[in-house]
Ligand binder design. Structure first.
Ligand code: DHB
Length: 395
């Protein structure tokens, strides 16, 4: 049954950071959009995600008027610690490349974007069901869905944006012959915990150990976010607090006596990861953004930054196409977004393979990894290269 028909200029599927930022930037250029998401606002707000913003991402939030909360409540981090062989080595981004990153979790970025869209009268429909996209290769693509009140709706637009994540409907609606997938899976995952305990370190600690990777991050002055490498099929329920703490402490332990501040585990989950790119990130008048177009493994926290950068490129591209009435300008989005996405793929892959233990790693492999880490912290050129990648200078 066709639903109640409405029109907008840009129809956006997905109210995560990519979708909401695109809608926000378009609104600033006077372009209307409708955003739909099958999740409720509370569901999106409650999903734990990564926590690091590149300086450029923080600037995008403040300079485009989303919110300046990142500057007030986020924490600038001028470096990270790489820990291996039981010792800590600081990589000083500020000294190496004059940049810092911001510890500001994705949940806060979402809250800011959702509040900004509401403040500015944006049309965002959460909790919709049965979303389908149609007529993608025409000049009036559409989104069909049932809204949260149970009313069937059809939104027709000039450009459709698929920002509905790695398992969304938009990419899946592109004929298989019209897309190529590049992907890599990894034989490990992350066990992520939120714990009630003060920070164990001032900055993030990325740890290589014989037992596998561990990462020390934080959320607030009393809540830490910690991760450790685990088997992809690990059952979070099989891990009590004591076992989690014993594993984390064993990974970070060293002759310097470094240890984690312990407390009750508030939340635990296993994050599977893979590297994935869909080319081209476009079909007709539908452009893909964020995880719908690409997924990076979490090491180095590039996913959110890529989503925001897609939104910026996408909004610029659509603005130009509409201003000139020449949809040929949409051609520019794919190559620009892909160049950035592949650079982030390379960075995330390298951070991942540098620090994780492969299940079948030989003693040779481990020694070689340790040598790579010592070159990385021992060479200013190598450290600067890492700093450029981490802070987002290699866009
Ligand atoms: C966090 C996650 C990451 O993947 C990372 O590289 C750094 C920090 C986090 O959740 O805080």
């Amino acid at each position: 049954m066709p639903g109640t028909l409405s029109r907008t200029t840009v129809g956006i599927v997905g109210a995560g950071p990519a979708g909401l930022m695109t809608s926000h930037l378009l609104a600033r250029a006077g372009i209307d959009s409708v955003v739909v998401d099958h999740r409720t606002r509370a569901e999106i707000a409650g999903t734990q995600r990564a926590g690091i913003l590149e300086a450029g991402s923080a600037r995008l939030l403040t300079d485009t008027g989303v919110s300046d909360r990142v500057r007030r409540e986020g924490r600038p981090h001028a470096g990270i610690t790489l820990r291996f062989g039981g010792e800590s080595h600081r990589v000083d981004f500020h000294a190496l490349v004059g940049e810092n990153v911001w510890l500001y979790p994705q949940t806060d970025v979402f809250a800011d974007l959702a509040a900004a869209r509401e403040r500015d009268g944006g049309d965002v429909r959460y909790g919709v069901t049965g979303t389908r996209v149609t007529d993608l290769a025409t000049d009036r693509p559409g989104i069909l869905f049932t809204d949260a009140e149970g009313v069937a709706r059809e939104v027709r637009c000039a450009v459709l944006v698929g920002a509905d994540g790695s398992r969304g409907v938009c990419r899946a609606a592109v004929p298989e012959a019209a897309r190529t997938h590049f992907s890599r899976t990894y034989p490990f995952a992350w066990f992520g915990v939120l714990v009630q305990a003060p920070p164990s370190a001032d900055e993030l600690v990325y740890t290589h150990s014989a037992r596998g990777f561990a990462l020390v991050s934080r959320r607030t002055e009393s809540v830490q976010r910690l991760y450790f490498q685990c088997d992809p099929d690990e059952d979070p329920a099989a891990w009590g607090d004591d076992r989690i703490w014993a594993e984390l402490q064993a990974r970070v332990r060293g002759a310097d006596g470094f240890a984690l501040a312990e407390g009750p585990v508030l939340d635990r989950s296993v994050l599977r990861f893979r590297s994935f790119v869909c080319e081209p990130p476009r079909h007709g008048n539908m452009l893909l953004a964020g995880d719908a177009a690409h997924t990076v493994p979490p090491t180095g926290a590039k996913g959110l930054n890529l989503a925001l950068s897609d939104a910026r490129l996408l909004a610029e591209t659509v603005e130009r196409a509409l201003a000139t009435r020449d949809f040929g300008h949409l051609d520019a989005y794919g190559p620009r977004a892909l160049r950035r996405a592949w650079r982030a793929q390379h960075f995330s892959y390298r951070m991942t393979t540098l620090l994780h233990r492969l299940p079948d790693a030989s003693p040779f492999d481990e020694r070689r990894q340790l040598a790579e880490l010592s070159v990385l912290v021992g060479s200013e050129a190598a450290s600067a290269h890492l700093a450029e990648g981490y802070t987002g200078l290699l866009r």
